[in-house]
Design a protein around this ligand. Structure first.
Ligand code: ASP
Length: 339
């Protein structure tokens, strides 16, 4: 499956590659732009209607809707895109359905090592942490790195020290333990292999001031080796935002997203090649990351608030909400999101 767009079948055509119907960036701007706009993902993977029971599907839809409404309320009240991204991802980090914060997967040594990153499209300031342990909201720590340090990236022990110094909320190791993640860990342990675990979370937003932001938070991959770093905290791979082009949050097999610098590649195609967000996202996901053998997807937003989703997996939890619409969520690649 390729990409799915937000506003029904007509825009489905626009979203799926460089067709004659694809609008130029300028044409897109002439459309009615929302005051604000937000879009999220809750991870991509090999799940379909057979692997997710109706009850599970209902639960995911409810969680995605809650997250969208949380971020939307921040933007409606005049909050910044960064505020909305942090509020939205924080809610998802507390939700054990997702592989971020509570519900994060286990490493090979049976621990939780959390990764997160955030970027502000207004000035391309950014912050990231990797291998964080013992803090409830990794995305907030990433924001502190961006706003309260002269650096952009902290790891492991140093990330924890920094989180304490800025007063980030601590959490016991038990906060992150969930049966679902532990069962997956036991299966991986049996086979001694890294296993897919969907559920990374990400958010992109456009605020009333016209600024974009993006953020991503994850526990990584089940049974990852101690110290392994995926794409989610790597600026340019898992996260990117630039007011001139787009905001991107990725999810999938991190090694491949790093190798193809997915988030920055989409931005660069738009900036230097004049591609639309939909074209750029499709080419990067299918022709670059996917062509190497990776899988996953992205949620993106252009500078006038049009959300897009692109993936090469059968499933990606996702949703979008604009100031002039209602929350729309989807789980499977075949879902067309209606406003
Ligand atoms: N990209 C994440 C990682 O490789 C995992 C995911 O998004 O499912 O750590």
């Amino acid at each position: 499956m390729r990409c799915t767009s937000f506003f029904g079948l007509s825009l489905f055509l626009l979203a799926c590659g460089p067709t004659a119907e694809s609008p130029s960036p300028n044409e897109m701007e002439r459309g009615s732009a929302p005051n604000w706009s937000i879009a999220i993902h809750g991870g991509a993977g090999h799940f379909d209607t057979e692997r997710l029971s109706p009850e599970q599907q209902t639960a995911y839809r409810a969680s995605l809707t809650l997250a969208l409404n949380t971020g939307g309320a921040v933007l409606e009240a005049g909050g910044s895109a960064i505020d909305a991204v942090v509020a939205t991802i924080s809610i998802m980090e507390d939700d054990s359905l997702f592989n971020a914060g509570r519900g994060a997967v286990y490493t090979a040594t049976g621990a939780h090592e959390l990764d997160a990153s955030i970027m502000n499209g207004a000035d391309r300031n950014c912050g990231a942490i990797t291998g964080l342990q013992g803090f409830r909201h990794p995305i907030e720590v990433a924001r502190h790195v961006m706003e309260d340090s002269e650096h952009v990236f902290f790891s492991g022990h140093g990330a924890g020290e920094f989180a304490s110094a800025v007063g980030a909320e601590p959490a016991d190791a038990s906060w992150f333990d969930t049966k679902k993640a532990h069962d997956r860990y036991l299966k991986a342990l049996e086979r001694d292999t890294t296993r897919e675990k969907f559920g990374t979370v990400g958010c992109v937003a456009l605020d009333r001031e016209g600024h974009l932001a993006a953020g991503t938070s994850t526990g990584g991959m089940t049974y990852k080796r101690h110290g392994r770093i995926g794409d989610s905290p790597v600026i340019g791979a898992g996260t990117w935002a630039d007011d001139r082009t787009c905001a991107i949050s990725a999810t999938g097999w991190g090694e491949y997203f790093i190798r193809t610098a997915v988030a920055h590649d989409i931005h660069a195609r738009m900036l230097h090649g004049g591609e639309t967000l939909n074209e750029a996202a499709e080419r990067t996901i299918q022709d670059e990351m996917g062509a190497l053998g990776g899988d996953g997807g992205i949620v993106g937003m252009d500078r006038v608030g049009n959300p897009t989703f692109s993936m090469n997996t059968p499933g990606m939890f996702r949703g979008a909400l604009r100031s002039d619409g209602a929350p729309a969520v989807g789980l499977f690649a075949t879902d067309v999101l209606e406003p």
